[in-house]
Design a protein around this ligand. Structure first.
Ligand code: XIL
Length: 344
């Protein structure tokens, strides 16, 4: 069905899931990534602690193994991520000055990782989760980033004093990514609790505009990743029309929108909540499918027993034994519907 979806969109539509080579059972992964998921993100293997365990020592073994798994099944691959305040290598936090970080450490890492993985990557999360949760409307991009409570832990001295007080670390990461990535690779900012009409989403848009203005990377190489770690509860997700409004704002700029880490926690693993979950999943997928500028949709963790949100959260498309849940059938139906040229 995905080739038909891509044909109707007029460009490749990448629908897939996280994968790590240590996850089992392998036979289930083989089947699912041949038939249902056709796009791969390494869940942890491309993060900074994995890829540069010692300063200046590149280790792309797991990141590349995940991409090889994808390629062997005719699947595409997305990169997550080159900069995040979590899963940093132990040698990094607190050990460098602002000018060392911005001038050397961050660009050197981005270059070794993106360069080492080569051009066959659909998109990279260049910076992950740099916007604060208590952002307020009208903030500048810098205010958005400085409002993040745990941001300084990345680039701070031993007492937690933030060293980098401007967006130079973001611009350095993006400039290096742009100079290093393949010509078709989109470069993304990626964050949670984003997608609708609210201050944090406004911040993502302000940030992508400021990256464009300061690095001169064309808008048509940039993207905003909407992680979409949701809950099936009032206020736990955005509506389809809220997402569509945001995606169309980005389309006017030429910026791509991506659903990058979709999962939906259930309050109760009951039939009613499984149907609620399916409906939300279907709406997110439709918002992406019917937008001209949304071409990647990643489900975060392929099955409930492997989910970072825990088995009881039942947050993925497949249950703890790997059997499809109502949301998996809903997703398949929405893809069929789109491919058949029907309205959302
Ligand atoms: C999570 C992984 O799923 C876990 O296995 C790991 O222990 C912690 O990170 N936002 C992100 C992802 O951008 O990288 C996180 O992944 C989930 C939240």
């Amino acid at each position: 069905i995905l080739p038909a979806v891509s044909a109707r969109k007029g460009q490749a539509f990448h629908f897939g899931s996280t994968y790590d080579t240590t996850e089992a059972p392998q036979s289930w992964f083989d089947t699912m990534f041949e038939s249902f998921f056709k796009h791969v993100v390494s869940e942890n293997g491309c993060k900074w602690d994995a890829t540069e365990p010692e300063q200046g020592v590149s280790n792309l073994t797991e990141c590349q193994a995940c991409r090889s798994f994808a390629t062997a099944r005719g699947n595409s691959f997305r990169g997550h991520n080159t900069f995040w305040h979590q899963q940093m290598p132990a040698w990094l936090p607190g050990n460098f000055t602002a000018s060392e970080l911005v001038g050397n450490i961050i660009p050197q890492h981005v270059k070794q990782e993106i360069g080492g993985m080569g051009p066959s990557v659909t998109s990279w999360d260049v910076v992950n989760e740099v916007v604060g949760d208590n952002a307020t409307t009208g903030m500048t991009a810098l205010q958005c980033v400085l409002s993040k409570a745990d941001w300084p832990t990345v680039t701070a001295d031993g007492s937690g004093i933030p060293l980098v007080k401007d967006l130079s670390f973001v611009y350095a990461a993006f400039s290096t990514a742009f100079a290093t990535a393949g010509p078709n690779t989109r470069l993304a900012v990626n964050d949670y609790n984003t997608g609708g009409q609210d201050a944090k989403t406004e911040c993502e848009i302000a940030l992508i505009k400021s990256i464009h203005e300061n690095t001169h990377i064309p808008f048509d190489r940039l993207a905003i990743g909407f992680q979409s770690h949701l809950t099936a509860a009032v206020g736990g997700f955005y509506t389809k029309s809220e997402l569509a409004t945001t995606f169309s704002t980005l389309a006017k700029l030429g910026v791509e929108a991506m659903i990058t880490e979709m999962d939906i926690e259930l309050a109760t693993n009951s039939t009613a909540f499984l149907r609620y979950q399916a409906a939300i999943w279907g709406d997110y997928l439709d918002a992406c499918l019917y937008a001209s500028n949304c071409n990647e949709f990643i489900n975060w963790d392929p099955r409930d027993d492997l989910s970072w949100r825990g088995l009881p959260a039942a947050a993925t498309l497949f249950d703890g034994e790997g059997n499809p849940k109502p949301a998996a059938y809903e997703v398949a139906a929405r893809l069929e519907n789109f491919a058949a040229g029907k309205p959302e």
